[in-house]
Design a protein around this ligand. Sequence first.
Ligand code: GDP
Length: 320
Amino acid sequence: MVDLAGLVDRARAGEARAVARLISLVEDASPRLRDVAAALAPHTGRARVLGLTGPPGVGKSTVTSALIAALRRRGRRIGVLAIDPSSPFSGGALLGDRIRMHDHTTDPDVFIRSMATRGHLGGLSLATPQALRVLDAAGYDLVLVETVGVGQSEVDIVSLADTTLVLLAPGMGDGIQAAKAGILEVADVFVVNKADRDGADATVRDLIHMISLGRREIPGPHWRPRVVRTVATTGDGVDELVSAVDAHHDWLVSHGELEARRTRRAADEIEAIALRTLRERLGHVRGDETLDRLSKQVVAGELDPYTAADRWCAGLRPDP
Ligand code: GDP
């Protein structure tokens, strides 16, 4: 049996193995998940969450590594969650290893962890917020959540992050296409990486043009996304990137948006947990045979699916 309070204390004292252990507990949805969450709660709410997304090969790992270096120079402790939506492997493989290979292996104030989301019900939405809480409670000032921009993950990352960075690179025509397809709404800061390559100016121009066209009809105060160019391999532009990220954070705070975003995030989390609990209870309390019987009645035209759903839920109590 794990000594949870001891584990949380050790994580808070900066012991990486304790942090890793806690993340494994939340990631595996251990039976003690509830207790872990309760033990962490009083220590959370401090960390800033930075989401970073973009197509494969755009330079996410390299930018992450350069950002870590820049933030360490400012004395900040950094946690990194590298999310791989296509991989069933967790705990140090893939993206995390690639970042780790750079300069941060021996720095006790940097914690890097890969997480796989394939096979997890709800993808990013269940395990990642809990892992974020672990890093928050462990006292990392800033947590970077890195994910490949495939399908829903951009949208997922937005619901997790205080500030979302979208990476593009010149010559990746699909990058701008993706931007047109909705990245504009999610990006707080655009990073045009590989700015040493031809076409960087055109990419920046296109983005600025799109930003000038967008968002006019949305009421209330709104942040105008910044565009920053970087050469992650040399570190050029990374200080400007940190400034843009900090400026966005200040804007969130001064407009009450940080609180609002975090409240929405907590609401999503509560809803996801509640829905999962409900689903589990439906399975346990009512049994699969009930569902099977109701389904056959629907197929036979004896019941409509709404009535069937009512019957399936009937008798469920919120707290059995
Ligand atoms: P990811 O798949 O988005 O994580 O991309 P990586 O960080 O692995 O980078 C993909 C390739 O692009 C690697 O070979 C990097 O060295 C290279 N790369 C990253 N940033 C830059 C940059 O600013 N300029 C150039 N020329 N190459 C870069």
